[in-house]
Design a protein around this ligand. Structure first.
Ligand code: TRP
Length: 445
């Protein structure tokens, strides 16, 4: 492409599909379900919804505003509005991209493996033992590498011919699969027990710091915020796009799919009497409890299980694409590399880094906590300070293409005061816990 010309999404729908594709992924299905189970059901869901609306949505609008306005990837976009002394924040974003994609792809690799098993061999009769055997080691690394290869293939195709083309097919397909499975789950005897667990709020633990921190981290992770992914996608937008509507559509679709995921997972598991697998849910619980449920449903279970894991693979792929795009666009804009070269080199570095997570699930768990509780929440805090206090005229920029919207002053107040204050409290409490968990990991290795 000629120097100075930047790719632009083919259509409004294409951008929305790609951004929803970024947001909707393992975060909505795997992470949301296991955290909901671990943190006590509906109360966690309610807090997560509050964070999505009050903190996630304003930060989403901020990222879209910065990206569309600067038409650059994160490091240059921050320098564009804040001068060179803000470049470090963009570099932190890129570092977060490396960390998140490297373990995200390992989990995605498990889902690829399970989808293959549903097709070729059927699920194992002893899912607990099976998962313990495949979650770490060479097999985990191999499927991770395959998944990374697919991600690199799409990103090297570019914004229109790679990312947009995959997203406009993948997102509707994922939505149909998720709705179909949720409807099927509703027909199972005993599904009500699952709904009751999922939807009956018990607020006794809701306000513990631990639950609040997880809900905040989950809101950022699920919306792909806090590391410039939405910013990067917005940098390929035309100048007249309506950013508030786009933010609402993305956040709405993201919460919708997470909510639907709960409507699939909990009835399936509870109808088959597998609640004990969930009550002390850990990161791997879904990869054990759900295959158990699918096995005990026989042939139908194998098909439903295939649909489920295909939905996970599709969601994970469109999310991984956005993570890799942040890193690749930084090298294209900042170092002047060709897209293909950046994708190949950086993709291979991330594949190698993922070896750490594939080698030990405890490392994966800590990488996930560090990325979410420190990088994303910290990145969201810094972004709020930047847009709230440093950027000259954020309202003037966000208003373009959205002239009739009245609540930008509310957005400004949220970005100046509410979002930074809330995130500071979350960080204050999550930093010690996260450091403690890193330390414990290091001493047990
Ligand atoms: N949001 C994705 C999910 O829910 C993960 C993801 C993609 C992400 N891009 C991101 C998370 C950027 C944080 C930042 O699965």
């Amino acid at each position: 492409m000629a120097a100075g010309s930047r790719e632009q999404w083919n259509s409004r729908v294409g951008f929305i599909a790609a951004a929803v594709g970024s947001a909707v992924g393992l975060g909505n299905m795997w992470r949301f379900s296991y955290l909901t189970a671990e943190k006590g059901g509906a109360a966690f869901v309610a807090l997560y919804l509050i964070f999505t609306a009050a903190v996630g949505l304003p930060v989403m609008l901020a990222e879209l505003t910065l990206g569309r306005g600067a038409r650059k990837s994160p490091i240059q976009a921050l320098a564009h509005y804040g001068g060179d002394r803000w470049k470090w924040l963009g570099a932190v974003f890129v570092a977060a991209g490396f960390i998140i994609l490297s373990y995200y792809s390992v989990i995605a690799g498990w889902t690829v493996r399970y989808a293959c098993e549903a097709i070729f061999t059927g699920f194992s009769d002893d899912p607990g033992q099976h998962f313990a055997a495949i979650r770490e080691g060479w097999s985990a690394f191999l499927f991770h590498a395959v998944f990374m290869g697919a991600t690199m293939g799409v990103v090297s195709g570019g914004v229109i011919r790679g990312i947009e083309r995959v997203a406009v097919i993948a997102m509707p397909a994922l939505f149909v699969l998720v709705c179909g499975i949720a409807l099927y789950a509703a027909t199972l005897d005993g599904a009500q027990v699952g709904y009751r667990y999922y939807l009956n709020a018990d607020f006794t633990n809701a306000f513990s710091m631990d639950v609040l921190i997880s809900a905040a981290g989950q809101a950022f992770f699920s919306l792909s915020l806090g590391m410039g992914a939405m910013l990067t996608f917005a940098s390929y937008l035309p100048r007249d796009s309506h950013l508030p509507n786009a933010s609402l559509a993305i956040a709405g679709a993201d919460f919708g799919v997470a909510f639907l995921a709960g409507l699939m997972v909990f009835p399936l598991i509870f109808a088959l009497g597998l609640q004990s697998d969930v009550s002390e849910s850990t990161l791997g619980a879904l990869f054990v409890a759900l295959p158990k449920a699918f096995v005990s449903m026989g042939g139908v279970g194998r098909f439903v299980g295939l649909c489920f894991f295909v939905a996970l693979v599709v969601g994970a792929l469109t999310s991984a694409i956005s993570l890799l795009e942040v890193v690749v666009s930084a090298a294209v804009d900042g170092l002047g590399w060709a897209r293909q070269r950046a994708t190949l080199v950086l993709g291979l570095v991330i594949t190698a880094l993922g070896g750490l997570a594939a080698w030990n699930i405890a490392v994966l768990d800590v990488m996930d906590q560090v990325a979410n509780n420190l990088f994303l929440v910290g990145g969201g805090f810094a972004l709020a300070v930047f847009v709230g206090w440093v950027m000259k005229d954020p309202i003037g920029e966000v208003e373009i293409g959205a002239e009739g919207v009245r609540w930008f002053l509310g957005w400004r107040i949220l970005m100046r005061f509410v979002v930074p204050a809330v995130l500071l409290v979350v960080l204050y409490h999550s930093i010690p816990t996260t450091i403690k968990n890193i330390w414990e990991l290091l001493t047990t290795l």
